[in-house]
Design a protein around this ligand. Structure first.
Ligand code: NAD
Length: 790
């Protein structure tokens, strides 16, 4: 055998990580008392346990207390008891606790890593080098936020008791993403890990005991969907933070509708990995290994759809197959292992089923010629080619080591294919041409975009999705807002509209009859149903009639809003100019609007003049902020900058209040427009003439057709149509409590972002009913990671 032969014959020897410390910890613990409530270790009140086992062998690891609804009650009570003192403690005091947690985790870093690998099956290299260090970084980063609350979040306070539910794919990291910002914000928590992977959360609770976390601030309960549902439905909880599947996310959105609970959802994905023909193919292949075979593909933001430019498809696929053949499948505790087992037999069966169905639908599924270990839930890395866009492997989140490949011809096609999914979590763009990459990134409907990289995370950079990947961000400034509530000035309780029941006397004027239509796509149009709604003056006389908008009119308005590209693509300066024009033209007709307010609402002439003046001022405010409410640049500990861009949410439905009918409408429409959203507004049902009088103001102000659409009619009915419409991205509802609750419940089709007043209006005249709190609702933050250096 010559040297070259020897070289080629060389193989990796076994390099197992020692597990004795972890086994000793497992043997010493009483898992029958695994609920950490109020600083005490408790058994489940019913005495029930569930099994957690080792994915690489199927062997039982522990029988863990299974929390009942009574245990969740006890945990919420403990969190509520601890809340006043914890939220009133100084930022410095909370920072010290967060720092102590991070430092204590560092001291037990290896035990965390080994336990995570044993319980979840992920290769030790990943838990040791990625999961655990990132979790620690999260606590240390958030120690800083605890002390910066007054500086960075004036006018905000912690939301209170938080219920947190996490999945099994990154048990410790997801726990850190949840608990660190909550504690920094002064909240107390009840957290439930996934039933497959309870172990590192139990070790974490021990760390809390040692790090001086006050009793009841962190409560960790164990159990499955039932325990999760008890948390979601508990009236003592002020916010739910959920990470998991889109299916369960929708159940939770529905269950919390009308409860007033704040909600953040980090859900599934089907992320595109786009390789242009000028990409460095070898780097792209290594990127793919991290993109889809990291954690066996059980990653929410896995680059599970490879989109490759036609001219390089064969070359890239050949390189991918060669690389796949060298991936080492084996014991997750071996330091040389690339692919460990899936978390559970049910997950393995699911992945196999999806691959079989994908093949049945025409995909060619290729796997390297490798032997699988004799025990455990292993699945070979799989490459599916010839995948049509409708194939199940291109559409469904497999959550396994399966890559679906499609080709594209040009940039437009790449973007279209990438966005052809109901999800919107992440995307990778590979090109040596940074101009091309930065041209594509803003056009991708995804919360995170990595340029020439993948799966990069940092505590300072927000992470989260668009569309059915959920809403809210974790990490950094945006993540902190999820645990804080802006102190907005509340207005009166809103009663359901009753106008239809009121008989309206004929008007006594002799003006020429004028019937207001709807305003859709820049034109005044008749309502589809050809019905009208009578509008009464404050004295009960007929003030005029407006169109009675219907489902069809809302659909037309949404289509017009979607088709309007001129507004979202306009420069911020251009939007600023148009909002100033609106203010200018409203000001020119201030007398007319004041008279209308007096006539309809019966307010004094002075109050009416004030409302019109404030409406003009508010348009001025948002005109001025249109080019100032900008994103940020983060500098994560990597050779990369992260551009946190503010993008419009998209098509926003606005259901405006009756109180201050002109000011309320403008206070909502102006910030949405300022950030580049297109709007479908349903004005006050009682006073719609204030909105229809605006048509001419809009027409004279250079507003592109479709940017503002106004549909008059019955609030409850039209709010429901907007809520159910899957092409509406955001919905702001200031209506009665029942209408608000229904809008939240009915929004689950596309998981649109709903902002509801929960049956309360705001004090629209107050200065606090304007500014950043509104603009923040009007944007999605997209984090674009751009690496630098050779
Ligand atoms: P899952 O939705 O089945 O379960 C997640 C958690 O919710 C578990 O703790 C489970 O016990 C609990 N749960 C289940 N049903 C519930 C109910 N009706 N009410 C309350 N709680 C309930 O998800 P999973 O299989 O554990 O995790 C995989 C999913 O998580 C994937 O879809 C993945 O994309 C997603 N994920 C998303 C992110 C992100 O940041 N976006 C991160 C990791 C994982």
């Amino acid at each position: 055998m010559n040297i070259l032969d020897r070289y080629h014959a060389m193989d990796y020897g076994p390099a197992p990580e020692a597990r004795n410390e972890a086994d000793a910890w497992l043997a010493a613990r009483d898992f029958g008392k695994a609920l950490f409530i109020g600083g005490e270790w408790k058994a489940a009140s019913g005495g029930k346990t569930f099994d957690t086992s080792e994915p690489s062998s199927g062997k039982l690891l522990a029988k863990v207390s299974d929390a009942t609804a009574a245990d969740i009650d006890a945990a919420v009570a403990a969190a509520a008891k601890a809340l006043p003192k914890w939220s009133a403690s100084s930022g410095y005091a909370r920072a010290k606790v967060l720092y102590a947690i991070g430092r204590a985790m560092q001291r037990h870093q290896r035990l965390f890593a080994v336990l995570e690998t044993i319980d979840n099956g992920k290769p030790i290299r990943e838990s040791r080098d990625i999961d655990v260090p990132l979790a620690i970084r999260h606590f240390i980063h958030h120690a800083g936020w605890a002390q910066a609350l007054d500086r960075d979040f004036p006018g905000h306070e912690g939301v209170g008791v938080v219920g947190q539910i996490i999945p099994w794919n990154f048990p410790l990291l997801m726990l850190a993403w949840k608990i660190a910002p909550a504690l920094a914000a002064g909240c107390t928590v009840v957290l439930k890990p996934a039933e497959f992977t309870p172990l590192t959360s139990i070790l974490f609770a021990e760390i809390c005991e040692r790090a001086g976390v006050p009793k009841g601030v962190v409560n960790i309960v164990q159990g499955g969907p039932e325990a999760g549902a008890s948390i979601v439905n508990h009236p003592g909880i002020h916010k739910i933070a959920f990470t998991g599947s889109s299916e369960v996310g929708k159940i939770i959105r529905k269950a919390t509708a009308g409860s007033g609970k704040k909600l953040s959802l980090e859900l599934g994905g089907k992320s595109a990995f786009i390789v242009f023909e000028d990409a460095d193919l070898d780097s792209a292949v290594e990127g793919l290994v991290d993109g889809i075979w990291f954690n066996q593909g059980q990653v929410c933001c896995a680059g599970s759809r490879l989109l490759v430019q036609e001219g390089i498809a064969d070359a890239l696929i050949a390189k991918v197959k060669a690389r796949m053949s060298r991936l080492r499948v084996g014991s997750p505790l071996d330091k040389n292992t690339d692919i460990g087992p899936l978390v559970d037999l049910t997950q393995l069966d699911r992945v196999k089923g999806l691959v079989a169905e994908g093949a049945r639908q025409g995909a060619v599924c290729w796997q390297p010629d490798a032997a699988l270990p004799s025990t455990g839930y292993y699945h070979l890395p799989t490459l599916a080619t010839g995948v049509s866009p409708a194939n199940i492997l291109a559409q469904e989140e497999v959550f396994g080591p399966v890559l679906a490949t499609m080709t594209f011809r040009n940039t437009e096609e790449a973007i279209e294919l990438a966005n052809n999914t109901r999800y919107g979590l992440a995307a990778s763009v590979w090109s040596e041409n940074v101009n091309l990459a930065l041209h594509v990134a803003p056009q991708l409907k995804a919360g995170v975009v990595w340029v020439n990289g993948t799966n990069m995370f940092d505590a300072a950079c927000g992470f989260g999705g668009y569309r059915e990947s959920g809403f809210g961000r974790e990490g950094g400034r945006e993540g902190m807002f999820e645990y804080l509530a802006a102190k907005l000035p509340l207005g009166p309780v809103i009663k359901p509209a009753t106008i239809s029941a009121q008989p309206v006397e004929q008007s006594d004027g002799d003006a020429i009859d004028r019937t207001a239509k709807l305003f859709i796509g820049g034109k005044q149009v008749r309502p589809d149903g050809n019905y009208s709604l009578a509008v009464a003056t404050a004295k009960g006389k007929l003030a005029g009639e407006v169109g009675l908008g219907s489902r069809k009119d809302i659909r037309d308005a949404v289509s017009a809003a979607r088709a309007c590209k001129a507004w979202p693509e306009a420069t911020a300066y251009n939007r600023c100019q148009v909002l100033y024009y609106l203010a200018e033209n409203l000001s020119g007709r201030a007398g007319e609007f004041s008279a209308r307010l007096v006539q309809l609402t019966g307010v004094s002439a002075k109050a009416a003049r004030d409302e019109v003046e404030q409406s003009i001022e508010r348009l001025f405010l948002y005109a001025g902020l249109a080019d100032k409410f900008e994103g940020r640049v983060h500098q994560p500990p990597a050779r990369a900058v992260t551009l946190a861009l503010h993008e419009p949410v998209g098509v926003v439905g606005i259901v405006a209040p009756d109180t201050s009918p002109l000011l309320g409408l403008i206070s909502l429409v102006a910030p949405a427009l300022a950030m580049g959203n297109t709007v479908v507004a349903v004005p006050s049902e009682r006073y719609p003439l204030l909105a229809t009088d605006l048509y001419q103001v809009i027409e004279y102000s250079d507003v592109p057709a479709g940017a503002i659409n106004i549909v008059t009619g019955r609030t409850a009915e039209l709010a429901g149509v907007l809520a159910k419409h899957d092409d509406v991205d955001g919905l702001w509802v200031f209506a009665d409590a029942d209408t608000c609750a229904k809008a939240e419940a009915e929004s689950i089709g596309n998981l649109k972002r709903v902002w509801s007043g929960n049956g309360r209006g705001l004090d629209w005249a107050s200065d606090e009913a304007a500014g950043d709190a509104f603009l923040r609702r009007a944007v999605e933050v997209k984090n674009v990671w751009v690496p630098y250096g050779d």
